[in-house]
Write a protein that binds this ligand. Structure first.
Ligand code: PLP
Length: 405
């Protein structure tokens, strides 16, 4: 009998964010059990609502956005994105250099499919947002992980990056602000990365989807703004800052010097037209959304939900013997460290599974983010403080007696 296996192209694609822990969570939910989800960066289920003006814009445009748009996106949306790039000093972006996508996710995959040949290498952070590693691999490339250093506020380790550049390296991915660590990189680190890209003629891939979710008076510096003489592909979108992850609204901009990348740009155009266009109603709200950055800011200051929830979680972790965490400066994630000797932990996925089964609370283990040691996990602090309190009390209780067999 003929059977159908998955494509061998997927054999090495590692997207551990699913796996036994998620399977168990699905089983528990199907059995009617309530679980607290600290595992996914999806604001809406936690009571976050997009600004009315943004939603109204899309509703009002529904009848005029029934057709396909230009494959790069509506002109009005791309114009607003160009203005946004200008506000962030991202150089040399015209409407022709902007591609809207069904979330940044679609464009991350497209950017790798359009560039890589088998065996090409791309430098990707560890820990990473795992779509990057998966996209490099699916495109036939090799993701070479560079270390982000917890001792140095999770900043990229420049010496480690240097040591991993080879003649096969085509680009370097910088996720800033970072998922899963919540780090925000300072100018000097970004400048050193740009310098390496300059020296080795690499493309910069700047995933900046959390750039509007920065706390404590810090400023996000767009990587492209430091590299007008290089090609930077910048990724952004409204899933997080405007709390509309479900609308699938993202974009990618080619910035800086494109003169040496004519072939690559052709490849991206081809892939962009093959998917016809991204969700047009969602594109139509981009100008209104980018004109309204105030509602996001309210979440990030004292009294704002994201700010208060971050502080709560960081304090709660500090109160649990055997856990520690670098206080995140941005986004809504943190990546606590576990004293693995104390708990005899050798398998972080088992740890997440044990906690889920006993306490009905779901988080993602560090290996899901290509972190090699079993000593970290990610908390998404989107639930309200009351729910976070339940979760963190449960964690304290669990950690008081946990020993991995
Ligand atoms: N990049 C990073 C760093 C993310 O954390 C996410 C989502 O969690 C994405 C990209 C994808 O966002 P979207 O496809 O919703 O635009």
């Amino acid at each position: 009998m003929r059977t159908f296996d998955k494509s061998s192209k997927l054999d090495n694609v590692c997207y551990d964010i699913r796996g036994p822990v998620m399977d168990e969570a699905d089983r528990m939910i199907a059995a009617g059990e309530h679980i607290v989800k600290l595992n996914i960066g999806n604001p809406a289920p936690f009571g976050f609502r997009a600004p009315d003006a943004v939603i109204d814009t899309m509703s009002n445009n529904l009848t005029s956005t029934e057709g396909y748009s230009d494959s790069k996106g509506l002109f009005s949306a791309r114009e607003a994105i160009v203005e946004y790039c200008k506000s962030k000093n991202i150089p040399n972006v015209t409407v022709d250099d902007v591609y809207t996508g069904n979330g940044a996710s679609e464009l991350i995959t497209m950017s790798m499919q359009g560039l890589l040949n088998n065996g090409d290498e791309v430098l990707v952070p560890a820990p990473d947002y795992p779509l990057w590693t998966a996209s490099v691999t699916l495109a036939g490339g090799t993701a070479v992980h560079y270390i982000c250093d917890e001792q140095s506020e999770w900043n990229p380790d420049i010496e480690d990056i240097k040591s991993k550049i080879t003649d096969k390296t085509k680009g370097i991915v910088v996720i800033n602000p970072n998922n899963p660590t919540g780090a925000l990189y300072p100018r000097e680190i970004l400048e050193q990365i740009v310098e390496l890209a300059r020296e080795h003629e690499l493309i910069l891939f700047a995933d900046e989807i959390y750039d509007r979710l920065v706390m404590d008076g810090n400023e996000h510096i767009a990587l492209a703004s430091l590299a007008p003489d290089l090609l930077t592909v910048s990724f952004n979108g409204l899933s997080k800052s405007h709390l509309i992850a479900g609308y699938r609204c993202g974009w990618m901009c080619l910035a800086g010097d494109k003169s040496k990348a004519k072939g690559y740009v052709e490849g991206i155009k081809l892939l962009s037209s093959m998917r016809l266009c991204s969700n047009v109603p969602a594109q139509s709200l981009i100008p209104a959304a980018l004109a309204n950055l105030e509602d996001t800011k309210k979440l990030l200051v004292p009294g704002g939900r994201v700010y208060e929830q971050r502080n709560f979680v960081v304090d709660a972790i500090a109160d649990i013997p055997g856990l520690s965490v670098v206080k995140p400066k941005a986004a809504f994630y943190c990546f606590p460290k576990i004293d693995i000797k104390k708990f005899n932990i050798t398998d972080d996925e088992q740890f997440a599974l044990d906690f889920l089964k006993e306490k009905h609370i779901l988080f993602t283990h560090g290996k899901g983010f290509h972190w090699d040691e079993p000593d970290h996990f990610r908390i998404v602090y989107l639930p309200c403080v009351d729910d976070l309190k339940i979760a963190m009390d449960a964690m304290k209780d669990f950690m008081a007696t946990y020993k991995q067999a």
